[in-house]
Design a protein around this ligand. Sequence first.
Ligand code: PGA
Length: 255
Amino acid sequence: MVKPIIAANWKMHKTISEAVAFAKQLKEGFPEPCQTDIVIAPPFTALRPVMDVLKDTHIHLSAQNMHWEEQGAFTGEISSSMIVDAGCTFVIIGHSERRTLFGETGAMVNRKISAALKSGITPIFCLGESLQERESGTTFKVIQKQLKEGLNNIISDDIRRIVFAYEPVWAIGTGKTATPLQAQEVHRFIRETIATDCEHVYAPETVIMYGGSVNPDNTRSLMNQPDINGALIGGASLDYSSFAEIIRLAEKEGE
Ligand code: PGA
């Protein structure tokens, strides 16, 4: 049985004090390890203060991005060892906002995934098609290309340490969720592709999360699909009660 992950991607939201207040609520609300892993991805500025609240708990900390080089003249960038130093055990890589707004290519995503693995941190590798790609019937081709580029030269034993997140771009922040069957179809495809193209023997136990307008109303129907192992949540993770509700619903699904 794959242990699902419920992750909050706060994007460019929350001051340090807001992030710390949320982390305290989460720590009190979920004092014991759950049937799902909980991950919080605050902005860089709040990583360390949130870590100070969450240390010695079962709740994991994630960065939202990183650079592939260890150090050097890369103004404005943060390396994997820096986010590890701040307490992160996860990092989101290849989010569609990074790809479309900041020109991140498949090759860059690949370098970041490799660097994260080298630092012992778990990459949350985001994949997803645009509306135009879905409407023109190229969804699977796009996903296959993103997988091929992102996993280039990464060996099966390392792929085992990667978490995948299918996030159709047209569903992110739009209120339009993929239907559970639309999502399931792509999740199955991702699992099959990593099993065949990457000869990844651990594909059945790979965590593949869904992201894109997840909220308390659609959590259960998404999470009860066989190949959906958790959720990466943007908008609905900013409010503590809605994020906590999603965790509780995901827990029930696992019962
Ligand atoms: P959303 O964002 O839940 O606001 O659609 C998801 C994401 O971008 O990870």
